[in-house]
Design a protein around this ligand. Structure first.
Ligand SMILES: [Zn+2]
Length: 151
């Protein structure tokens, strides 16, 4: 490993601690050449977080896809990018906190819906309508009714 500032390879570890919420170790490092301090995150290699879909198949978790879904649901709504990236971070932490490094689409969906419900009701219904795959118009009406009751 090289110093990000001077590219020296004389790096010492100043401090090591378990990273919050994730199965990883964060190390504070210092360059013995120029004194630059930086941190590294060490995690188990080869275990990419997996999402288990409703049909039982797995695919690699994609933060980009989740964010794209959130952006679509929040289009033209008073929701900040920060609020959406926070949700993505929380979901990533949820997965990282699991020993299996696996999460079901249901878990992600339910969590995101809970968060959006508090942020913006329209975004919530949009997300829910895609996520829950409404085939029954009554269940959609029920969601809208629940939304109106909150007003
Ligand atoms: Zn350096």
């Amino acid at each position: 490993m090289k110093c990000p500032k001077c590219e020296s390879e004389n790096i010492k570890v100043v401090d090591s601690r378990n990273a919050d919420n994730i199965n990883a170790v964060r190390r504070r490092r210092e360059c013995e050449n120029c004194g630059e301090r930086f941190s590294t995150l060490e995690r188990i290699e080869g275990i990419q977080p997996q999402v288990i879909k409703k049909d039982g198949t797995r695919q690699e978790f994609s933060r980009d896809k989740l964010l794209a879904g959130l952006n679509a649901s929040c289009s033209k709504r008073p929701v900040t990018t920060k609020q959406l990236t926070d949700i993505c971070n929380e979901v990533e932490n949820m997965i990282a906190g699991k020993a299996s490094r696996e999460i079901s689409t249901t878990e992600i969906g339910e969590y995101v819906m809970t968060r959006l419900y508090k942020i913006d009701k329209v975004a919530y219904v949009r997300f829910a309508s895609v996520y829950k795959d409404f085939t029954d118009p009554n269940s959609f009406a029920h969601e809208v009714q629940k939304m109106n009751d909150q007003k």
